[in-house]
Design a protein around this ligand. Structure first.
Ligand code: ATP
Ligand code: MG
Length: 366
């Protein structure tokens, strides 16, 4: 039997473990991941370390949602037989690479990142921005490159982060004197980002405006009823606006019967089509999408040990892969290495780090 190197392009993407995933993730990224997992070598990160950058006050939330996000992955059809699911905080090479990359990006550039600016605004940080938060684009560059990913299926809000990753890649390559890292491409769905049910620009776990993939039929109906339509469409007979109408934005994202949808739009513009009819159609489409996901999720949730095993196995594989990349980059940059080849062992003994661990603290104390 001959072993062939896996020539499939590598995908890396992930989700902050700040809450169960929602319909924004479904249209923004999950659908692509399920479709691509066989033709690509796919790694998914449960991004708990990144989640902590704006949730340090609530580590319990970040921890609890590791399992929730993993359940969502499996429920939408991510197959752990072909996709590797890793826990970000358990991959030390990512943290080491982040430290390295932070030297290849300026504070001004981090502050200028449009995604970061928008998120700082949405989180109301004012001037009290956690340093870990403003630096997370460098961490994301570490995530992508550590897996040697070239394709990153993400929502449109993430495009500036991939751009920043590629800037870091070019700097590292320039410093190394050769193309040690490949640039990555964001795979962004055409529809753009899904707005929140409150009409805000983005459905987001942290904004309380999401329909989770585990929503019950009643929750779906309630969320759809809350959606804005056209504020000037007061009577059924009035002509209505389709553009900026949240219900139509959702129908654009989820209604597969394009002819029927175009007909509905024309009817709404003419007048004579009530908001309730529209909302009922949307609720029924969403129920059909979410229903099976919710049922698979509930079945999987009955055996959390099985899910934890999947995460553990994936993380061990991810640990190996990211460690190798870290070593390759450190070597290419000509950094000192304690382990590795012969000169490394000499260095270790020269530093007296051989047998007994150095004593920390001592009697003086702090
Ligand atoms: P948080 O509010 O904690 O940042 P989030 O809802 O923004 O959570 P993330 O984990 O930050 O979710 O995003 C994971 C992926 O899902 C990213 O690729 C992001 O672009 C995509 N995504 C999130 N929300 C949407 C949305 N409303 N529409 C399209 N894609 C989205
Ligand atoms: Mg986000």
């Amino acid at each position: 039997m001959t072993f062939r190197k896996d020539a499939r392009p590598v995908i890396l993407t992930g989700d902050r473990t700040t809450g169960p995933l929602h319909l924004g993730h479904f249209v923004g990224s999950l659908r692509n991941r399920v479709a691509l997992q066989h033709s690509h070598r796919q790694y998914l990160l449960l991004a708990d370390a990144q989640a902590l950058t704006d949730n340090a006050h609530d580590p319990g939330k970040v921890r609890r949602n590791v399992l929730e996000v993993a359940l969502d992955y499996l429920a939408v059809g991510i197959d752990p037989g072909v996709t590797t699911i890793c826990l970000q905080s358990a991959l030390p090479a990512l943290a080491e690479l982040t430290m390295l990359y932070l030297n290849f990006v300026t504070v001004a550039r981090l502050e200028r990142n449009p995604t970061i600016k928008e998120e700082i605004q949405a989180r109301g940080f004012g001037r009290d921005i956690p340093a870990g938060f403003i630096c997370y684009p460098a961490a994301q560059a570490a995530d992508i490159t550590a897996f040697r990913a070239t394709i990153v299926p993400v929502g449109e809000d993430q495009a500036p982060l991939i751009e920043q990753t590629n800037e870091i890649v070019r700097r590292i390559n320039r410093q190394a004197g050769r193309d040690i890292l490949a640039e990555a491409r964001a795979l962004i769905p055409e529809m753009g980002r899904l707005p929140g049910v409150d009409g805000k620009a983005k459905m987001s776990k942290s904004q309380g405006n999401a329909i989770p993939l585990s929503a019950s039929d009643a929750e779906i109906a309630e969320a759809v009823n809350r959606m804005y339509t056209d504020p000037d469409h007061l009577r059924v007979s009035d002509p209505g606006r389709v553009e900026g109408n949240v219900v139509f934005t959702y129908l654009d994202a989820f209604d597969e019967d394009r002819d029927a949808l175009n007909e509905l739009k024309a009817h709404y513009r003419r007048g004579g089509l009530g908001d309730m009819t529209l909302k009922q159609r949307l609720a029924s489409i969403l129920r059909e999408i979410v229903g099976p996901i919710r049922e698979r999720r509930a079945a999987l949730a009955r055996d959390p040990d099985h899910v934890l095993d999947i995460i553990r196995t994936g993380t061990l594989a991810g640990r190996e892969r990211t460690k190798v990349t870290l070593e390759e980059i450190s070597t290419a940059l000509g950094l000192f290495s304690l382990d590795g080849q012969a000169n490394g062992f000499r260095a270790r003994s020269a530093l007296g780090l051989g047998m007994s661990p150095p004593t920390l603290g001592g009697e003086g104390g702090a």
